[in-house]
Design a protein around this ligand. Structure first.
Ligand code: ATP
Length: 319
């Protein structure tokens, strides 16, 4: 089915006969595959009698060769999947199979894209990026400290570099424009953090997505913010370059090296918030983060520190 898509991706008309000949199938088989493309991948295909078939909009697919040219310093192998359950899940399987890190897993779509606590990440075909970079960490707990916040900074800078304005951070690991989520981050760890472990830096960024009924909170995309269509290969290259830069700073100086920059970009600094931990809710005012990336809240006049993967912040109405 994707071979057919690759023939159509230029956005020009292709006759059923030519497509059939290229694929070695009948015209009616082409027709069936086109119907699948529309139904399964949500693509819209124009059919014009006498001219053939045309994608409603040309499509640029992910291409490791282009990414490599744009970001030559990111010399890790890039594995691209047309469709996968989740790039993080595939990265974990690849670690299990003994694939040497660093390496990058990308997919055109995820059928079970994941967020924290088993939540879903909406992942339509060829619209966004679903990105999992695997690193090997050798006995350095310090290298894990505040790591998801460091990834957030790299994502934010990559978006700014490509011209998206108003991007900021929300503790612990969301990237927002105003109050709308444009990217999510999910780190997963395997092995012994005190000895040798692998960490999967999972990033989902909404790039050209304009519609979805799968997201139950305010969201946006690079296209919705800027009115432009983006080549996802550029974003993958830019993100790789930014991650290298921020990870190097983090490795050299620990989280304190980026602490001030993170706080400057925290959209909810000084705001009244509720911190949700399962069924519990704590109301307070955001003072900032500490030098390990934990949240500092003023609760009933007293400063308290919170950290852990199960915590979510919500703005309080009165803030
Ligand atoms: P919060 O702090 O807002 O609770 P979270 O960090 O717990 O967020 P994640 O686990 O990162 O959330 O992401 C999952 C949530 O993000 C989903 O429950 C959904 O509301 C939202 N979501 C899912 N897909 C997308 C998407 N493509 N773009 C923006 N938001 C999404």
């Amino acid at each position: 089915m994707l071979t057919l898509l690759k023939l159509l991706k230029d956005g020009r008309f292709h006759s059923g006969q030519a497509l059939g000949a290229a694929l070695g199938v009948s015209r009616s088989a082409v027709w069936k595959q086109l119907q699948h493309l529309e139904a399964e991948l949500g693509l819209s295909i124009h059919k014009v009698r006498g001219r053939g078939y045309q994608l409603a909009a040309p499509l640029t697919l992910l291409d490791p060769a282009v990414i490599g040219q744009l970001a030559p310093s990111c010399d890790w192998p890039v594995l691209v999947f047309d469709s996968i359950d989740s790039t993080n899940a595939e990265a974990l399987r690849a670690i299990d199979r003994g694939q040497a890190a660093p390496f990058l897993v990308l997919a055109e779509r995820q059928t079970a894209g994941r967020g924290r606590r088993g939540r879903k990440w909406a992942s339509p075909f060829a619209e966004n990026i679903y990105y999992s970079l695997v690193l090997r960490i050798d006995g350095g707990m310090r290298q894990l400290e505040g790591l998801s916040l460091v990834v957030g900074l790299a994502v934010m800078q990559a978006l700014r570099e490509l011209g998206v304005s108003g991007v900021g951070l929300k503790w612990p690991n969301d990237v927002l424009v105003g109050q709308k989520k444009i990217a999510g981050i999910l780190l997963e760890l395997v092995g012994d953090p005190a000895d040798v472990c692998h960490v999967v830096l999972g990033v989902g960024i909404n790039v050209n997505m304009q519609m979805t009924d799968e997201v139950d909170q305010q969201w946006t995309s690079m296209r919705l913010e800027s009115g432009r269509v983006f080549d996802r290969n550029h974003l993958v290259a830019e993100l790789g370059t930014m991650l290298q830069r921020y990870l190097a700073r983090h490795q050299a100086g620990g989280f304190s090296a980026v602490h001030a920059e993170w706080e400057q970009n925290h959209l909810w600094q000084g705001h009244a918030v509720s911190l949700i931990a399962g069924v519990n809710q704590i109301d307070g005012e955001v003072l900032g983060i500490d030098t390990q990336g934990a949240l500092r809240l003023r609760v009933a006049g007293v400063e308290k520190i919170f950290s852990g993967g199960e915590l979510s912040l919500r703005l309080r109405n009165d803030s």
